[in-house]
Ligand binder design. Structure first.
Ligand code: SF4
Ligand code: SF4
Length: 183
């Protein structure tokens, strides 16, 4: 390919190299955006999908979960395990509710599928451990997570803001006059 005069000048005066160096110099004096974690932290985003919690009912003080199993059925990682027995009033008793957090992909399908708003993903992401057992969350530990990270208004806001059906979301499903077929 024939070299143009412009290309020739660029090569002789190292124009591209000068441009690259100018960019480097500019970045040297730009304030760094890196945060020195864990010394510097930013607030987690509301609705972040981190550690799980089982919702504790304000009324009964127990888990709201009724053991229907929808969350376990929808979970793509199959990391939710629920063990129930039948109670005296034909309601299920949730004896064990366990999540293997190491297998979870934090998709929040379980939260979406739960018809009772009984499971949540908290914004607590700073957890670690030295054994698999530490990431095996039992019903009791999941309830503790609710108390620690979501109790009070925070939990209510979480469900209202992110998981409560909104008027605009269901408006399209209302039968219109035309679709209703008339009298
Ligand atoms: S958390 Fe919700 S979906 Fe899962 S078993 Fe309990 S009530 Fe059912
Ligand atoms: S967030 Fe997704 S992968 Fe994790 S337990 Fe819920 S459904 Fe399963």
């Amino acid at each position: 390919m024939k070299m143009t005069f412009n290309d020739f000048i660029k090569k002789v005066f190292f124009v591209e190299i000068a441009k690259g160096l100018a960019l480097t110099m500019k970045e040297l004096f730009t304030p760094a955006v890196t945060r020195q974690y864990p010394k510097e932290k930013r607030n987690p985003f509301p609705g972040a999908r981190a550690l799980h919690a089982l919702v504790r009912s304000d009324v009964t003080g127990e888990a709201k979960c009724v053991g229907c199993g929808l969350c376990a059925a929808v979970c793509p990682s199959k990391c939710i395990h629920i063990y129930t027995t039948e109670g005296s009033d034909t309601m299920k008793v949730v004896n064990r509710y366990e999540i293997d957090v190491l297998r979870c992909v934090f998709c929040a399908f379980c939260v979406e599928a739960c018809p009772f708003g009984a499971i949540a993903l908290t914004d607590h992401f700073e957890y670690s451990g030295y054994s698999r057992e530490e990431f095996h969350y039992t019903k009791e530990r999941l309830l503790e997570n609710w108390d620690k990270y979501m109790a009070g208004d925070k939990g209510k806001i979480y469900f209202e803001r992110f998981w409560g059906p909104k008027e605009k979301d269901i408006a399209h499903s209302k039968p219109s006059v035309a679709a209703g077929g008339g009298a």
